[in-house]
Design a protein around this ligand. Structure first.
Ligand code: CA
Length: 359
């Protein structure tokens, strides 16, 4: 909404929409999202996108948004868009890992790239091309749909001091991190966002990860599981806009450009909105929620996770050529981009934050 307003204030939407004329057809689309009606910043990204499309098309390209309360199928988005029941969707690519393993790495990978590195890979390092290749067999296009930035490692009832403490835990954790936790003896499950708190409170699960303080605190997880671990598993989670290819091709070139621009802008806006939300929540965490215990997994646990990661990547690369192609592309890109991150941002933080004041 904010971006739409900014564009409106600048008269930009009006200026771009000058191209909208009587010849432009009115188009009505429907979008299904994994989320409930209000789950900022995820749902903000979707509304932002639809508002921009409407404004930039001079009010002629309208996208109706259905939450999971309406379509009742939070993890059915890919199928509904594929079948044309919906023109587009908003979800996360790693939710389809059981259907098509090669879709998994487009969300995030444990020990993988952070958000700016991954955006560079998507837009300039071949990531988008690979993503469209993987999704072509599902008859949909996939676009970046908003990044959460680095995620927290999750909420636990008890402290994790060794790999042994993980054994037998029931945890909600999606994506490749779920595979790793499973390898370490955790019983892994994925649960729709709307049912997370109840599952934790009722003991259906012992632990869960969701996003970060901006989104987690308002869910109330800390009331049940006060140990809050720092991240290792989702360093730059990218959500996803899905678009039915046939429907996209029926749009005029102008509407196609409007849609792509709106998706890209709203994805970026979600990234900075979530950064803001987490920073503001973090600023109050110690005073407002003194029972929360901030922890990092001990080095022995991280080492075991990393070892399992390598083993499982080798296992899955051997059985799925397309998965291998995506992983190898990410690995090769990360090798280069991380060297730059290390000498730029990492070194900046290292040299400026750890210095003793001059006498
Ligand atoms: Ca997560």
């Amino acid at each position: 909404m904010k971006l739409g307003k900014v564009l409106g204030t600048l008269g930009l939407a009006a200026a771009i929409a000058v191209g909208a004329n009587a010849a432009d057809r009115t188009v009505h689309w429907k979008l299904a999202m994994t989320w409930g009606t209000s789950l900022p910043p995820f749902t903000d990204a979707v509304h932002e996108m639809a508002n921009l499309v409407k404004e930039l098309s001079g009010g002629k390209f309208i996208i109706r948004i259905d939450s999971k309360n309406k379509h009742k199928s939070p993890f059915g988005i890919l199928d509904m868009v594929k079948l044309g029941q919906y023109d587009m969707g908003h979800s996360a690519s790693y939710y389809w890992k059981g259907k098509d393993l090669a879709t998994l790495p487009f969300t995030t990978m444990p020990f993988g790239m952070i958000a700016p590195e991954q955006y560079a890979w998507f837009y300039y390092g071949g990531g988008m091309k690979l993503m469209q290749k993987v999704y072509a067999k599902h008859k949909v296009y996939s676009f970046p749909g908003g990044n959460t930035g680095n995620q927290m490692g999750g909420w636990f009832r008890k402290e994790i001091n060794s790999v042994n403490d993980l054994k037998g835990l029931k945890m909600r954790i999606p994506g490749f991190a779920g595979e790793i936790m499973s390898e370490l003896g955790v019983t892994v499950t994925n649960i729709a966002p709307g049912e997370l708190y109840t599952s934790l409170e009722r003991g259906t699960i012992d632990a869960l990860e969701w996003v970060g303080p901006g989104m987690d605190i308002r869910m109330g997880f800390h009331k049940v599981a006060p140990y809050y671990y720092t991240g290792w598993h989702e360093p730059g989670t990218e959500l996803q806009f899905l678009v039915n290819i046939k429907k996209f091709k029926k749009l005029s070139p102008k509407y196609q450009e409007i849609l792509k621009t709106a998706m890209k802008l709203s994805a970026y806006d979600m990234y900075i909105e979530n950064y803001h939300m987490s920073a503001m929540a973090w600023a109050k965490i110690k005073t407002d929620y003194p029972n929360i215990k901030i922890k990092s997994f001990p080095p022995s646990v991280i080492a075991a996770m990393k070892k399992a990661n390598e083993k499982l990547l080798a296992r899955d690369e051997a059985k799925n050529a397309e998965f291998k192609e995506v992983i190898e592309s990410q690995k090769a890109y990360m090798k280069k981009v991380r060297a730059w991150t290390k000498i730029s941002d990492y070194e900046y933080l290292n040299t400026t934050m750890n210095i003793k004041p001059a006498k």
